[in-house]
Design a protein around this ligand. Structure first.
Ligand SMILES: Cc1cc2nc3c(=O)[nH]c(=O)nc-3n(C[C@H](O)[C@H](O)[C@H](O)COP(=O)(O)O)c2cc1C
Ligand SMILES: CCCCCCC(=O)C(=O)O
Length: 397
């Protein structure tokens, strides 16, 4: 977030300029500006089990593919001569002004991709001015990540543990460490059936990745056996980490621990969106976890308009699962999202070049988005309305 108001932030204008100047001078970027190509590039540098964990989907990958197919089914219907020399990508969520409608999705155990993990990602997010959403299951503690973010915005994603003392302790730390919102993920009552991980017999959390918020938590440590080493900590985490007994009746308890905005992530049914709001949430994230949980499920983009209709125009609705380009962001916004969360693409940037790789991905996405605004005739996010997208195929006369 920056203090700037109005037309595009200097940083974004500069990145568009740099990308084009690079083309003119013949100076090739180290990583491709086609973000969809980074997965293959990252595959070449990652250990097979690490690539499988990041890229993998549940089951046969049907939901993961559906996420992309849904974006492909929509086409942008651009308008001309609307006067787009000044473009403003900013949005306001929960009173917080964001330079662009883009956040970094919570992704677990980022040291699997790069030794600096979340510290590299949050620094990149801060440099570009986008909020970072820290996973509960991070390889660096929420306090260390907050320090690396400096004064830039960060949100926290909560997997609600089944130990009430640990749950409350985590939430209180989130508030003390200056996180600006809590994103509660509800699509994970159990780990999805993921052949990609079972076949490599790889679970990051037993290899020292992803449990820093727990090993640094006094309530968690109180439950550890005295002589327990890292394996005992991982074992204890596995016991308390998920909470399949949760129902909507539990949300008021979380509400009583914090005044921060609460978003529910993993919403796919309009009735669940209504229940989330009725139980005390302030917004939702339409998501199927990038296809990593339920195979054969609906595409996130396909349910977005129904969720928006259920909640009305004023409730913050974010979405993720399948966003790969700036034009995907425009489609999601046109179909009802206030902002999107970017997932795997920034992890591939992280794997390829650490902080610089994440920055590259974010700058490319923002440049693409800025140009998509110009090319669709949109001067601001408010101009991205439902009539900017049509189903693929001939336009009805
Ligand atoms: C390796 C990996 C780890 C993830 N870890 C978490 C997590 O800890 N918490 C969470 O809510 N979502 C997690 N997600 C889901 C993302 O937040 C997001 O919903 C998903 O990546 C969107 O799909 P996409 O990356 O295909 O666009 C993870 C996704 C990946 C790829
Ligand atoms: C209950 C915690 C499981 C952590 C799963 C991390 C994740 O969301 C993913 O791999 O996807």
């Amino acid at each position: 977030m920056s203090e700037q108001t109005g037309a595009p932030g200097a940083a974004r204008a500069e990145l568009v300029r740099q990308i084009y100047l690079a083309g003119i001078s013949g100076h090739k970027p180290e990583l491709s500006t086609d973000l969809t190509s980074l997965e293959e590039a990252a595959r070449a540098v990652l250990e097979p089990h690490a690539y499988a964990y990041i890229a993998g989907n549940a089951g046969t990958g049907t939901t993961g593919r559906a996420n992309r197919e849904a974006f492909e089914r929509w086409r942008l219907l651009p308008r001309m001569w609307t006067g787009v020399s000044e473009r403003d990508l900013s949005v306001t969520l929960f009173g917080q002004r964001l330079d662009a409608p883009v956040l970094l999705a919570p992704v677990a155990a980022q040291t699997v991709a790069h030794p600096e993990g979340e510290l590299a990602s949050v620094r990149a997010a801060a440099d570009v001015g986008l909020p970072f959403v820290l996973s509960s299951v991070s390889s660096h503690s929420m306090e260390d990540v907050a320090k690396a973010a400096g004064s830039e915005p960060r949100w926290y994603q909560l997997y609600w543990p089944n130990d009430p003392a640990v749950a409350e302790s985590l939430v209180r730390r989130v508030e003390s460490a200056g996180y600006a919102a809590i994103v509660v993920t509800v699509d994970n009552p159990a780990f999805g059936y993921r052949p990609c991980d079972m076949d490599t017999a790889y679970i990051p959390f037993v290899h020292g990745h992803g449990i820093a918020n727990f090993t640094s938590d006094p309530a968690f440590r109180a439950g550890l056996p005295e002589d327990g080493g890292p394996l005992a900590a991982a074992g204890h985490w596995a016991k308390i980490s998920s909470n399949p007994a949760l129902t909507w009746d539990d949300l008021p308890r979380l509400r009583s621990w914090t005044t921060l905005p609460i978003l529910i992530k993993g919403i796919q049914h309009p009735d669940d969106a209504r229940k989330a709001l009725a139980s005390g949430a302030n917004g939702v994230v339409v998501s199927n976890h990038g296809g990593r949980q339920l195979d054969g499920g609906v595409a996130a983009l396909d349910v977005l308009p129904a969720v928006r209709a259920a909640l009305g125009p004023d409730v913050p609705v974010l979405m993720d699962s399948g966003v790969r380009t700036g034009t995907d962001v425009v489609k999601a916004l046109a179909l009802g999202a206030d902002a999107i969360l970017l997932g795997r693409p920034y992890l591939y940037g992280l794997a390829l070049a650490g902080q610089a790789g994440v920055e590259h991905v974010l700058r490319c996405l923002l440049a693409d988005l800025d140009l998509a605004l110009a090319l669709t005739g949109s001067r601001s996010v408010a101009d991205i309305t439902r009539d900017l997208v049509v189903p693929s195929g001939p336009l009805a006369p």
